[in-house]
Write a protein that binds this ligand. Structure first.
Ligand SMILES: Cc1cc2nc3c(=O)[nH]c(=O)nc-3n(C[C@H](O)[C@H](O)[C@H](O)COP(=O)(O)OP(=O)(O)OC[C@H]3O[C@@H](n4cnc5c(N)ncnc54)[C@H](O)[C@@H]3O)c2cc1C
Length: 448
């Protein structure tokens, strides 16, 4: 059941599971429980009153998967470049893999439709969680035959639950912050007009990589159709940067790309911590953290979407087997160290960062680099990456300096706040209106 007018209706007194946050992670779990006929009651609450097209999620995957019906665009080739000549770029393809994008609005609608078809799972928007504490009162209503362990306090009342999955963002320190502002533009074909420009089969993952006084920057360019594209100006910074400044840079970048006259149809923005504090167990028994606040963001890349969906598969399977929902798996030691050394080196050498990424793109086989980016690296892949990079700067970063380098994130802002800040710039406001009801949806295939 989906209800976006929660302020008008009381919440149930007790449920089996409360999922706090109906963003990427909360909906990933809720929609699986709905699809797979979880028999116990699940309540998903979110502070937002409606959904809008606030981001684009991109990831590598085979052509067919659980969400392939809502993929907006897919590319067989992805590019790393610091200029337009062949010597300054690397185009990667991996047989059987596509870089793919899903619009947030399609994702939200798809999940809402799956939840609406379930009698056990319900979604309540406009409900802000204000606190979570152990349920000490044994006189509480038992939940589906089990004792409630947690009380979730919200703007619409208190709910007792056996399990709580908390996907709210958390404030964290980080070695670097990935700060970006993007615009989806209708360019009428101008993006592909100049020699060496991206064609519509190629995603520009790290395009026009450069460094300047403010650090390392690149442009992320996703040609969505022959005449539209998502263009994002991204900076790696030791502090979260004001997004208004990046939005101004994006305007300059659009002009550089010959898109000064392109019509902006939507914008998005974010600040992602790279190399965040390790996730600690929630102090309240029965509560697990998930999503970005639960360790979903990959330190070296800022990618989280595919990791969230792998977590949701595991958490739903555990719950359906009668166990508690699981948290994100701990990062394996080798990956943690590789990511740490990599981030420390990028932080120490912003002026050489374009060179480092271009070396990886040009000297490491696409299969190897993609396995690294998607958490599937083998020892030989890591060795190939180490051999592709200059030893000196990376060797100097072997000692763990995270504790002294990391700065505290100024806010644990929901990304729609960031988008609002970006709107103070010449970038046009998004045209997408908030939605309040699930759109009709065809039956979907399950993830393989
Ligand atoms: C603009 C943008 C683009 C991104 N693109 C990619 C990408 O291409 N690929 C990729 O892998 N990753 C990407 N990411 C990173 C990551 O996938 C996303 O941040 C993803 O949304 C994280 O999911 P989440 O569920 O942790 O957080 P969210 O999706 O932000 O969901 C958290 C939810 O909690 C709710 N909430 C917060 N406080 C409360 C409260 N007190 N009570 C109730 N509800 C509350 C919020 O309203 C929100 O709906 C992107 C991030 C951003 C910001």
């Amino acid at each position: 059941m989906v209800d976006d007018d929660s302020a008008m209706r009381a919440l149930p007194r007790a449920v089996d599971t409360v999922i706090i946050g109906a963003g990427c992670a909360g909906l990933a779990l809720a929609s699986r429980l709905a699809d797979q006929g979880y028999a116990q009651s699940v309540l998903v609450v979110d502070a937002r009153h409606g959904y809008r097209d606030d981001r684009t999620w991109s990831f590598w995957a085979p052509p067919t998967h659980r969400l392939s019906a809502i993929v907006a665009a897919a590319w067989p080739t992805w590019r790393f470049d610091r200029g337009s000549s062949a010597a300054e770029r690397a185009d990667h393809r991996v047989p059987g893999l596509r870089y793919q994008s899903i619009r947030a609005i399609d994702y939200y609608r798809d999940a809402q439709a799956r939840i609406a078809a379930s009698t056990a799972v319900s979604l309540r928007l406009g409900v802000t969680v204000t606190g979570v504490e152990p349920a000490r009162d044994s006189g509480l209503v038992p939940v589906d035959g089990h004792a409630a362990r947690v009380l979730v306090h919200t703007s619409a009342g208190t709910v007792a639950a056996r399990h709580v999955v908390d996907t709210r963002p958390v404030s964290t320190r980080a070695t670097l912050f990935q700060c970006f502002v993007g615009a989806e533009v209708d360019h009428g074909g101008a993006l592909h007009a100049s020699p060496g420009a991206l064609d519509s089969a190629t995603a520009g993952l790290m395009s026009r990589m450069r460094s300047d006084d403010a650090g390392f920057a690149f442009t992320y360019v996703l040609p969505l159709t022959p005449t539209t594209a998502l263009v994002e100006l991204t900076r790696f910074s030791v502090e979260p940067l004001p997004l208004d400044g990046i939005a101004r840079e994006l305007n300059d970048e659009l002009a550089e790309l010959g898109l000064a006259d392109a019509r902006v149809v939507r914008d998005e923005s974010g600040v992602l911590p790279m190399g965040a504090d390790p996730v600690t167990a929630h102090p309240v028994p029965g509560v697990v953290r998930a999503g970005n606040g639960g360790g979903a963001l990959r330190a070296a890349t800022g990618y989280a979407f595919a990791r969230i969906h792998e977590w949701a598969d595991a958490a739903a399977a555990a719950m359906i087997a009668g166990d508690s929902p699981v948290a994100h798996p701990a990062e394996p030691w080798v990956r943690r160290q590789m990511d740490r050394i990599f981030l420390q080196t990028l932080r120490a050498h912003p002026e050489r960062t374009p060179e480092f990424f271009l070396r990886l793109g040009q000297r490491v086989a696409p299969e190897r680099l993609t396995r690294f980016l998607t958490d599937r690296a083998r020892a030989s892949d890591l060795l190939a990456m180490i051999l592709a990079l200059p030893f000196g700067p990376f060797l100097a970063q072997l000692p763990d300096r995270t504790a002294t380098l990391a700065r505290r994130e100024l806010r644990a802002a929901a990304p729609h706040v960031a988008t609002h800040r970006a709107a103070a710039t010449p970038i046009a406001r998004p045209e997408s209106a908030p939605i309040s009801a699930p759109a009709p949806s065809a039956p979907r295939e399950r993830v393989a």
